[in-house]
Design a protein around this ligand. Structure first.
Ligand code: PRP
Length: 187
């Protein structure tokens, strides 16, 4: 899948489009270790519930949880907004509800990316209906220039430009989620 060009850059070709490695596996893992430490300090003795948003968050959720050192629980929500398109349809659909009882619990939502902010706004409103003790959001990637809704990300891995990215959970027409690093569409 991934090739190395003459300058040593990792390249992924998808049809006529070219992606270049933007955040390496090492950088991702280092940042997740920092986030895990920060979150563990904040949630000591709080028995937090981490809620991963499927599908995109599956690798980040797994690696983040390996770096969380406090007692905690996990659950998942599944939404669909983009389908196979690269640009949001503007609609969010709930495909899998919560199983955990989050009333009076400290909740941390785990996302792969906050783009327009629509998904996180929808998820936050849904979670707040259950009256948790606290709600925070962790997102590996945030596109500050794309955010159109009033959302707050409490734990950000990396801020990135408003360009299409794939890998490490993020897909292109459902593929490439298994790449260990993040690739960005090259000009
Ligand atoms: C992606 C991503 C976020 C959302 C971010 O999900 O995982 O949930 O889009 O975009 P937004 O801030 O504009 O709402 P997608 O709907 O593509 O599903 P996936 O996680 O299964 O890839």
């Amino acid at each position: 899948m991934v090739e190395t060009d003459s300058k040593g850059n990792k390249i992924l070709k998808v049809g006529s489009e070219k992606f270049v490695e933007y955040i390496s596996e090492e950088k991702i893992q280092k940042r997740i270790a920092e986030l895990g430490e920060e979150i563990s300090k904040e949630y000591r003795d709080k028995l937090p519930v981490f809620i991963g948003i499927l599908n995109g968050s599956f690798l980040f959720m797994a690696d983040l949880m390996k770096n969380v050192t406090v007692r905690s629980e996990i659950d998942f929500l599944k939404l669909s907004s983009y389908g196979d398109a690269k640009i949001s349809s503007g609609k969010v659909e709930l495909i899998k509800e919560l199983n955990a009882d989050i009333t009076d619990r400290y909740v941390v939502v785990v996302e792969d990316i906050v783009d327009s902010g629509l998904s996180i706004k929808y998820i936050s409103e849904l979670i707040l209906k259950h009256q948790p003790a606290g709600l925070k959001v962790a997102s590996l990637l945030v596109k500050p220039k794309s955010i159109k809704y009033d959302v707050k990300v409490d734990y950000t891995g990396f801020e990135i430009p408003d360009k299409f990215v794939l890998g490490y959970g993020l897909d292109y027409a459902q593929k490439y989620r298994n790449l260990r690093s993040i690739f960005i569409l090259s000009e």
